[in-house]
Design a protein around this ligand. Structure first.
Ligand code: GUN
Ligand code: FE
Length: 450
């Protein structure tokens, strides 16, 4: 930003203390005794060394007494980004983890999702999930709702009300052999997707946007996939779905789409792989399929809790990163039993360690790398990295104020630990008691005001 612009930028808040975040070059950058200013639009106006205080007060027109000083065991980190979560499955999170994917969908998921024609039930579940995720530090969520347009619009309304940044998807499916009543006709799916997009965009929620959401290839005919690809293209929208989660599913896709070379090829054929596409799982993708992700700019959402819980597989994140495919983390509630991104961080590290147990040559992910995946990586996977993901000047201030020594919290600090250790302890041992404040686009959204 040019200096002349800066003079015109009024700051609304200034914070001083430790800031930790990631950049493309550095998985973990620690800024101690730093100053960060947030402008009246919720954007980061400056991030600088504490010694520059006086100069900054002049440039940005604030007084030192207006600066909020963090305590010794506190730091700010970027808000976490859940790149894949089924808001509609939250009512049974923590249960129903005893079957593989396809049986699990038919036995538990489809019957529960079909209840969302009841808007009061939807309201109850969606209020709970938005609050639960925000409290646990998810400042951006990429949500699956259900096939019901009005309930999906309600999820957007609730995310907006609580101030969460969200992509919201009305689920599309015109194929369901097992729970016959939980599907749409192709015409209905297309029309309702268009209505959903139009009505959600008309609300002009600043942080909530629609995402085109074919459930996954086995739930959709090729004709519907093609229509949805066209709708996304014509409206320049995000796309989300599932891919290559479990081996029976991959086999089923081969049977249903015999003309396609691979699962990835099915989505590619229908123009569903773009640089605004995020696909969940990808545990069983070939290197050739990863190359196609790279070429199209499509990304993966790694959901290790779900992959363990449904015994689906283990994604080799190192290999995905080596293929230069964008990747974020997801909770995949309720296939994943925890709605907390801290759990996704831990399970990502566990999954990487399992791969190392199986092959000592495997390059185990470090906690710094996984921290980046939960923040900047997620923003890149959702193509929202111009707005969020780290503390770069000009981005929105999406942040967690973490107190590692929160009274009554889960962490005992014995020594005078340095910030890197404080972050590592928080990632491995912390919970919502340590997340004392949450900000999205500069607005304090936790603690809740209502
Ligand atoms: N594949 C298609 N639908 C789903 C779902 O709801 N959860 C998971 N984990 N995988 C899916
Ligand atoms: Fe999922």
């Amino acid at each position: 930003m040019a200096n002349s612009d800066r003079h015109n930028t009024a700051v609304a808040h200034v914070y001083k203390g430790t800031f930790v975040h990631s950049t493309q070059q550095t998985a973990l950058q620690i800024l101690e005794d730093a100053l960060l200013g947030v402008d009246t639009e919720g954007k980061i106006a400056f991030i600088a060394k504490g010694e520059e205080l006086e100069k900054l007060t002049q440039t940005f027109g604030f007084t030192p007494s207006e600066v909020t000083q963090l305590a010794q065991h506190e730091f700010f980190m970027p808000g976490m980004i859940d790149t894949h979560i089924h808001a509609s499955q939250y009512s049974y999170a923590g249960t129903a983890l005893d079957m593989p994917l396809l049986e699990w969908l038919n036995t538990y998921t489809f019957p529960v999702e079909s209840l969302f024609n009841d808007l009061e039930f939807a309201r109850k579940v969606y209020n709970h999930i938005v609050k639960r995720t925000l409290r646990n530090g998810t400042t951006t969520a990429c949500y699956f709702a259900t096939i019901h347009t009005d309930a999906s619009l309600l999820l957007g309304e609730i995310a907006n009300k609580f101030g969460q940044r969200a992509l919201v998807g009305k689920v599309c499916m015109d194929r369901n052999k097992f729970v016959e009543h939980y599907k749409e006709s192709i015409q209905e799916s297309q029309d309702e997707t268009c209505r959903f997009i139009k009505e959600l965009l008309n609300k002009k929620y600043p942080l909530v946007k629609p995402v085109v959401t074919p459930r996954f290839a086995p739930s959709c005919t090729g004709a519907l996939l093609g229509q949805l690809g066209a709708i996304a293209k014509n409206n320049n929208l995000h796309i989300q779905s599932h891919i290559s989660e479990n081996v029976e599913e991959v086999k089923l896709v081969k049977e249903l789409f015999p003309e396609s070379e691979s699962y990835t090829d099915v989505y590619h054929k229908y123009n569903l792989l773009t640089d605004k596409t995020v696909m969940a799982h990808g545990c069983h993708l070939s290197d050739k399929e990863l190359d196609l992700f790279r070429q199209t700019g499509a990304s993966l959402s790694h959901c290790p809790n779900s992959n363990f819980s449904l015994c689906s597989g283990i994604l080799n994140v190192r290999n995905v990163l080596e293929h230069k495919v964008k990747l974020g983390l997801g909770t995949d509630v309720a296939g994943g039993y925890s709605a907390s991104m801290l759990d996704a961080v831990r399970k990502t590290l566990d999954a990487s360690k399992v791969l190392t147990i199986q092959d000592r040559e495997h390059g185990t992910l470090t906690f710094e790398e996984v921290f980046r995946l939960a923040t900047l990586g997620g923003s890149q996977a959702l193509s929202l990295d111009d707005r969020t993901g780290n503390f770069k000047v000009g981005k929105d201030f999406d942040a967690l104020r973490v107190n590692v020594a929160a009274p009554g919290g889960p962490i005992d600090l014995i020594q005078n630990d340095e910030p890197k250790i404080l972050l590592e302890k928080f990632l491995n041992l912390g919970d919502d008691r340590n997340i004392v404040e949450v900000f999205v686009a500069g607005r304090k959204v936790v603690p809740f005001t209502e």
